[in-house]
Design a protein around this ligand. Structure first.
Ligand code: NAP
Ligand code: HSE
Length: 438
């Protein structure tokens, strides 16, 4: 039987997992595809690195691998926009199907790559780009094909979830936990993509393509990372009955615009997302027909991600063998959709401020919030009277920490109130505002 031959561009954390799974399960994959799957070329940046692969397959020439007429499928696990974007365009133009885990590329050029795949009647598959091992792409693309997605709330960055979990459970320092996430192969080559929220925003753009047929640029997604979260926030959130999670949210508003955002948020302790810890990811989907469902699984790392890459490889190989390449995303209708105006949505807010321990301060803060239409539902203060507040760096100061939950308030008003409060001489540093997402 003629094999289906694939070129693997990149053999790092994910690529080495793809080599391991396709080698270990070769016979079963051949049976499921109906033809052997042959790893024909591996492209890397540095051929001299030690790797558990056949050295005869290695090269540094991606263009030659893509131009090789015997290659049916190109698997890209290099990352970044360039040169990966150029390579994938070339592969699609040459009639090869493509499998990629590259969410930063898809977020920016996904609609164009999908058009190119349709034009050349080949598949573009990207299950591994969101949620690691979780089959969220095929859930949105195939399973919910007859349904209407109202909202998505996802813990989609394993590094952020791992850091938040260890800071909560061990009061571990941000830097030490980030280093551990890098060691474990969870973090991006540039980890600020993870901790500043951009990776989650890229993934949200990919999810919006399938859930809403919406072409959204990452720069249009209001994005916050987790650097401002301190162990004290986990403690106060728990006291109010919540956990803190870094979320990517997409939902249709009443006027059918899309409200898209990425930020840390308080989630009720009894909600499914609250118990999703460590490197686990989860995507809670609300759809008209199916109702609520939550998909949970390992969101990063070598084998969890490679499982999704190989699942795509099998789909794409089967389609080629059956002569129906291009079916995976056939008929997707991607358009621009109106987006909700920034800061226009209401939420309950968790506010945390550090203020000088002196009389009258609380009244001034409450007054400032009231002037901006923000009313307080609960308030707790700590520090003063012999107690000291300790920040993330371990520094004790004479601050009193004030934490509150508001009633529903529009984000714009909350931000304006905090800008005013933070400008007052009695406030130490920047205050924190986190939404409550229920
Ligand atoms: P990685 O460990 O840094 O591996 C990147 C691979 O690409 C390496 O083999 C590297 O070669 C190769 N490479 C980089 N630049 C190249 C170039 N110019 N020419 C040829 N080869 C080049 O990255 P990764 O963690 O596997 O991630 C790969 C992709 O999967 C990214 O898009 C990432 O966002 C995505 N992803 C990762 C995870 C995860 O858990 N790590 C999960 C989901 C999706 P050398 O080995 O010679 O350096
Ligand atoms: N850096 C990403 C994360 C890898 O931590 O979620 C998986 O996409």
């Amino acid at each position: 039987m003629k094999p289906i031959r694939f070129a693997l561009l990149g053999c790092g954390t994910v690529g080495s997992g793809v080599v391991e799974l396709t080698t270990r399960n070769a016979a079963y994959l051949a049976a499921r595809i109906g033809a052997p799957l042959e790893l024909a070329r591996i492209v890397v940046r540095d051929k001299s690195k030690a790797r558990k692969v056949d050295p005869a397959l290695l090269s540094t020439d991606a263009d030659a691998a893509i131009a090789d007429p015997s290659i049916d499928i190109v698997v890209e696990v290099v990352g970044g926009e360039d040169p990966a974007g150029r390579w994938l365009e070339e592969a699609l133009r040459r009639g090869k199907s493509v499998v990629t885990a590259n969410k930063s590329l898809l977020a920016v050029r996904g609609p164009a790559l999908l058009s190119l795949a349709a034009e050349h009647k080949v598949d573009l598959a990207f299950e591994a780009s969101v949620g690691g091992a979780i089959p969220v792409i095929r859930t949105l693309r195939d399973h919910l094909v007859a349904d209407w997605v109202r909202s998505l709330r996802g813990i989609v960055n394993g590094t952020c979830n791992y850091i938040l979990t260890r800071m909560r459970d061990e009061s571990a320092s941000f830097d030490s936990v980030l280093a551990a996430a890098q060691e474990l192969g969870y973090a991006e080559a540039e980890p600020s993509l993870d901790v500043d929220g951009h990776d989650a925003a890229h993934k949200l753009c990919v999810l919006a393509l399938l859930a809403y047929g919406a072409a959204v640029k990452p720069s249009e997604v209001p994005t916050e990372g987790i650097r401002a979260i301190e162990p004290i926030d986990h403690r106060f959130a728990a006291r109010f009955g919540f956990g803190i999670k870094h979320l990517a949210v997409a939902r249709e508003t009443k006027d059918r615009s899309l409200d898209l955002r990425v930020h840390p948020a308080l989630v009720p302790a009894r909600a499914p997302l609250a118990s999703v810890d460590g490197v686990l990811n989860a995507i809670a989907i609300e759809a008209d027909g199916a109702g609520s469902q939550v998909l949970v699984g390992r969101g990063a790392g070598s084998l969890p991600t490679a499982v999704s890459v190989v699942a795509d490889l099998v789909d794409v190989a089967r389609n080629r063998r059956a002569g129906v390449a291009g079916l995976l995303t056939h008929g997707l209708d991607i358009t621009r959709r109106p987006l909700a105006a920034p800061q226009s949505q209401e939420a309950i807010w968790y506010l945390r401020m550090r203020v000088a321990d002196r009389p009258g301060v609380l009244a001034q803060i409450a007054g400032a919030l009231g002037k901006h239409e923000v009313s307080i539902e609960q308030l707790v203060q700590e520090g003063g009277g012999g107690r000291r507040a300790v920040d993330r760096t371990g520094t004790a100061d004479e601050s009193r920490v004030i934490v509150m939950l508001t009633h529903d308030a529009v984000e714009r008003d909350v931000r304006a109130a905090l800008d005013y409060v933070d400008a007052q001489p009695f406030v130490h540093g920047r205050s924190l505002a986190l939404r409550v997402e229920s």
